[in-house]
Design a protein around this ligand. Structure first.
Ligand SMILES: [Zn+2]
Ligand SMILES: [Zn+2]
Length: 526
């Protein structure tokens, strides 16, 4: 549908361009071939006007007579984390109202460009149980122009990315994701995408941030991310290539971002080293005109020392980024009219768009598991209590399976929790646990030296390590001894932990599954 509309607009504009020059056509019929060749700067009067001229400054092209002040609205969603449906606990809205917002935006403005800065799929049962397909389907329906891949797009490995790639009617962007074997960019990504608005061409360049280590190592063993100065060079080269091809304005969509919230929609000036930790400001010196960011789940509108705006909209469907520019197609000067975050509250008042219900119905077989009522929690449980409980369940499950053979002394490891983070008193569904523990990290038995056990687990002050251990472990610990622990693959594959994997659960069993079983057995109803 979108492609058709764009085609229509392009055709209309080209027709307008051709119709606008009948007098010149008559005149040029008199010129000889040789004289035309000697004046290569005169735009072709019968073809599209590729570089508009407005010498008389009346905002119309002197050649094709098109209006050359082009308004463009960019809306960017970052870190949606699968929040497609309204959640049971009512802590986050789904995208049913946002869908209405996007459809309305398209009705009132032909130049709407929808973008994503990554981490769209992973995070809720409806999205995870379809491994992102439901979210991609929604993006198709909204007419997204492009999506930069985020680290969490790799949470199930590369195969689901390829399946989503096959479904997506828009390109996946990441200039810096390379295949280890071929040393070439992965097949499901491209460097950039050009949105043809007829009078102007908008280039979108995408890049993954420096977040390789935040992905469970076994899910990304076949790829690597180019970062730092090499990434800067890739983006510069791509920008030059696009500009040489006639692209008029370049948007950089980066799955990385500033690490602080900046209140409201005020534009905050930002300089040098604060931004340099994730973005090379050299790019703002003529290579990119606007930057959308993600990954850090912060909300801000920043303006760097070159006057380039940087926006990120919090994530988890809390806000989206919006920039409206006016681009002069003749001079290529651009003005930012609006650079703002649109918080959920602003679009949540709109009517629900039926698309979300339709998609939930379409994928109902895959996602039915999320409706299972596991049991009841008689108390409010925060994510810390749940993660402590999960560490205990790691320990107990491991003892049950391997306890006869190995003296297991500890269970647990690095554990992240996600929105809505906690359980309210009442019924608990599998879907709720799925949102809080969306990660597919399998249980694994490992050996570890005493000194590493002390440093990496018992004394770890990271705040995200949750452990459960034998009461006498601390007092009897021998730094040179070998110990057995039960953790998950995220923690076991993290190099500094110095863990040696002995065996994994045959069947994938994840944190949420252990907790689900515990709740089924009435564990939280006390
Ligand atoms: Zn994220
Ligand atoms: Zn991320």
């Amino acid at each position: 549908m979108k492609k058709f509309c764009l085609l229509l607009i392009v055709c209309m504009l080209l027709t307008a361009c051709n119709n606008a020059a009948p007098a010149e056509t008559a005149e040029s019929a008199l010129t000889t071939e040789a004289s035309v060749a000697s004046q290569p700067t005169v735009p072709a009067v019968n073809g599209p006007c590729t570089s508009h001229v407005d010498a008389d400054n009346n905002s119309y092209c002197d050649v094709c007579e098109k209006y050359i002040l082009i308004n463009i609205d960019f809306y960017t969603v970052n870190d949606l984390h699968g929040k497609i449906a309204d959640d049971d606990a009512n802590t986050h809205p789904g995208v049913d109202e946002l869908s209405t917002f996007f459809k309305n935006a398209r009705k009132s403005d032909i130049n709407v460009i929808l973008l994503s800065a990554g981490d769209m799929w992973q995070g809720t049962s409806e999205s995870n149980l379809t491994q992102g397909l439901l979210a991609t389907d929604w993006m198709n329906n909204m007419g997204f122009a492009a999506m930069t891949l985020g680290n969490h797009e790799f949470d199930w490995g590369e195969e689901p990315i390829e399946e989503n790639f096959n479904l997506a009617q828009f390109p996946f962007l990441a200039i810096n994701i390379y295949d280890r074997e071929t040393k070439k960019q992965v097949s499901y990504c491209q460097n950039s995408h050009v949105v043809d608005l007829g009078t102007v061409q908008i280039g979108i360049i995408g890049a993954m941030g420096d977040c390789y280590s935040s992905i469970s190592a076994d899910k990304v063993e076949d790829v690597y991310f180019i970062t730092g100065d090499d990434l800067t060079q890739l983006v510069m080269d791509e920008s030059e290539k696009l500009r040489n091809k006639g692209v008029d304005y370049i948007v950089y969509v980066l799955h990385d971002g500033y690490d602080q919230d900046k209140s409201g929609s005020n534009v905050t000036a930002i300089t040098g080293n604060k931004i340099q930790s994730y973005y090379d400001t050299k790019l703002s010196d003529g290579y990119v005109d606007l930057v959308f960011e993600g990954h850090s789940h912060k909300g801000y509108v920043l303006k760097d020392e070159y006057g380039v705006h940087h926006l990120q909209g919090k994530g988890d469907n809390q806000a989206i980024s919006h920039v409206e520019i006016v681009l002069n197609a003749a001079t290529l000067e651009s003005t930012v009219n609006v650079a703002e975050l649109i918080p959920t509250g602003q679009y949540a008042k709109l009517d629900d768009h039926p698309i979300v219900e339709e998609l939930l119905e379409k994928y109902k077989d895959e996602i039915s598991k999320s409706d299972e009522v596991l049991g009841v929690t008689s108390k409010y449980r925060d994510s810390y209590a749940m993660r402590n409980k999960t560490a205990e369940l790691y320990y107990k499950a491991g003892k049950q399976l391997w306890g006869n053979e190995y003296n297991i002394v500890l269970g647990g490891g690095f554990m992240s929790a996600r929105s809505p983070y906690d359980l309210q008193i009442g019924e608990v569904t599998y879907g709720m646990l799925y949102s809080i523990f969306p990660f597919d990290n399998n249980l694994v038995l490992c050996s570890i030296k005493g000194r590493d056990l002390q440093k990496r687990f018992l004394d770890n002050d990271d705040g995200r390590y949750f452990i459960y251990y034998d009461q006498n472990l601390r007092s009897t610990l021998d730094p040179n001894g070998t110990y057995y622990i039960v953790t998950d693959t995220y923690s076991s594959l993290y190099g500094p932990n110095n863990l040696t994997e002995i065996q994994r659960y045959d069947e994938p069993v994840y944190a949420r599954d252990l907790l689900a079983e515990y709740i089924r057995n009435g564990g939280y109803n006390n």
